[in-house]
Write a protein that binds this ligand. Structure first.
Ligand code: LM2
Ligand code: CA
Length: 493
């Protein structure tokens, strides 16, 4: 389950949070395919509760009503078109699968017109009924919800923020969930992000996955299992551990982004200590993790996954992204966000519920692309920032090479190579790097892919000359917007 099934030479995925299927299809063809992205994590695809108070929050998509493919991102036909177009462009689709629970404890209508009563566990669109949710027999809290994360039984059998908790021990429930996932597999997705995995027993996840089909052999070859990333927020302080889930795929490594925020944002740690980042910092093995700087929850203070670096700190976000993508540890995901008007009161953002850019009828807005490659209408499109997509290409070029030539020139001045194929130098504080450094690369003139790109045999940004001994001079002002230089053999004059 840990192989993302990227097309050859690709190694980074992007979360196009709340994008519509028609826009993702276009993005695969016009940008993600050509720029070398491996795939897209898409927002939940199945029918969810229409939440009107507050008005159409992003989080309504984490309240399933049925397994019909009908959401604000689009309908089933649009989803199918997107999957086949993206696969054709060499870009994989991974679905955010919400299978631990259904809606909150109220009744209403879903985005596909199905009715529901979450309090009574009635979801006729599936159908699920009262026997299909956990209850008094195995959840023992007074109100049926989770309060104590120190008690694994409670975390897995009770209601997460009041959401109707599916009885995953039951064959009927497992069949329904597997049927939903198999429909997506047969359409051509490459895998899943499994929402709220911490709230499901590892044995129940095995029970569901044992029912899954192999991926489509016409796209992926025969005998391939879906890629799985299980969302387990494990910052170290709770009895439920990431390691319980390694048997059924990768886990979300929240520690990764929070530790890099300590270094590059809060400066409570120093970049020189990153020399053994990854397993050396007590994180799981490189094959067990999905790494990211922020996700849709912790970028807005939801989910308890720590305080990360986001697009609101663009300089630090570009530095940390360059480090993540240059570093060999794990499998990386880039976040692609939309803006909303933050409004902090007593340290809490009153607007952290706000959904994606929308039209007057609350339908999600199209993503329109400007001439300079950026996006309109509040779509941030971090994955389209040059410093980000050029490092996606860097990672593809250096794939398979080890981290070598680690050098710390100061507490927060670091540099390393990836074998003899790529090299990066980073100033993580306000200091000034002015040094000759061994890059480990063959001699020649390389384009810095942070300040510019390699286009028609020329560098649009800085050129770095590597001499016969592999050394080059680096003059990087930590106070500048982009205090990083990155070069690789795919962008050599
Ligand atoms: C996740 N991972 O485990 C998602 O990444 C996260 O975004 C989801 O929570 C969560 N699990 C459940 O799928 C979000 C959001 C919550 C929101 C839920 C359900 O962070 O705030 O809860 O989705 O939409 C909301 C209200 C909450 C209410 C609940 C049920 O904020 O106050 O609880 O709906 O009505 C009474
Ligand atoms: Ca559960």
């Amino acid at each position: 389950y840990s192989d993302p099934h990227c097309a050859a030479g690709r190694d980074t995925i992007v979360h196009l949070f709340e994008w519509k299927w028609t826009d993702i299809k276009a993005e695969c063809e016009r940008f993600l395919g050509p720029m070398g992205y491996c795939g897209v994590q898409v927002s939940p695809v199945n029918e969810n509760a229409v939440v009107t108070n507050p008005s159409r929050p992003w989080y309504e998509r984490y309240q399933p009503v049925s397994y019909n493919l009908n959401t604000r991102s689009g309908n089933e036909q649009q989803f199918r078109d997107m999957v086949s177009a993206c696969n054709k462009a060499g870009v994989r689709i991974y679905v955010d699968a919400v299978i631990n629970h259904m809606t909150g404890s109220y009744s209403g209508q879903g985005t596909g017109g199905s009715s529901f009563d979450g309090g009574a566990c009635r979801f006729p669109g599936v159908p699920f009924g009262p026997n299909d949710c956990n209850g008094g027999d195995n959840c023992h809290t007074s109100d049926g919800s989770i309060h104590n994360y120190g008690n694994p039984e409670e975390v897995r059998n009770c209601r997460l923020v009041g959401l109707a908790d599916l009885r995953l021990g039951s064959d009927y429930v497992r069949d329904k969930i597997a049927g939903f996932m198999n429909n997506l597999i047969d359409i051509g997705v490459a895998g899943f992000r499994v929402d709220a995995a911490k709230h499901m027993w590892p044995g129940d996840i095995v029970g569901v996955f044992s029912r899954l089909h192999n991926l489509r052999s016409d796209t992926f070859g025969s005998g391939k299992k879906p890629f799985i990333v299980q969302e387990v927020i494990d910052m170290g302080g709770e009895p439920i551990k990431m390691s319980e889930y390694f048997g059924t795929g990768r886990v979300t490594n929240f520690i990764f982004g929070v530790k890099l925020a300590d270094v590059f944002l809060r400066h409570s740690n120093q970049a020189k200590w990153l020399s053994n980042f990854g397993e050396g910092w007590g994180m799981p093995s490189t094959y067990d993790v999905l790494n990211f700087l922020s996700n849709h929850d912790n970028q807005r203070g939801h989910g308890g996954g720590g305080a990360p670096i986001t697009f609101r700190e663009p300089k630090e976000m570009k530095i940390a992204t360059a480090f993540m993508l240059a570093h060999p540890y794990g499998f990386p995901r880039v976040m692609s966000s939309y803006d909303w008007p933050v409004n902090y009161q007593n340290g809490n953002d009153q607007n952290n519920w706000m959904g994606p850019p929308h039209n007057g009828d609350m339908s999600t807005k199209d993503v329109r692309i400007n001439a300079d490659n950026t996006c309109n209408d509040g779509w941030i499109c971090e994955h389209r920032w040059r410093q980000v997509y050029n490092m996606v290409a860097f990672r593809n070029v250096v794939a398979g090479t080890p981290l070598q030539n680690w050098q710390a020139l100061g507490d927060n001045q670091i540099a390393f190579s990836r074998g003899t194929k790529g090299f990066i130098a980073i100033v993580g504080d306000g200091s000034h790097m002015n040094s000759d450094i061994n890059t480990g690369l063959p001699s020649g003139d390389y384009c810095d892919v942070i300040s510019g790109s390699y286009e028609n045999g020329e560098c649009t940004g800085k050129t770095v000359h590597v001499d016969g001994s592999g050394h080059a001079h680096f003059n990087i002002n930590g106070q500048s917007d982009d205090p990083v230089v990155a070069i690789h053999i795919g962008a050599k004059k």
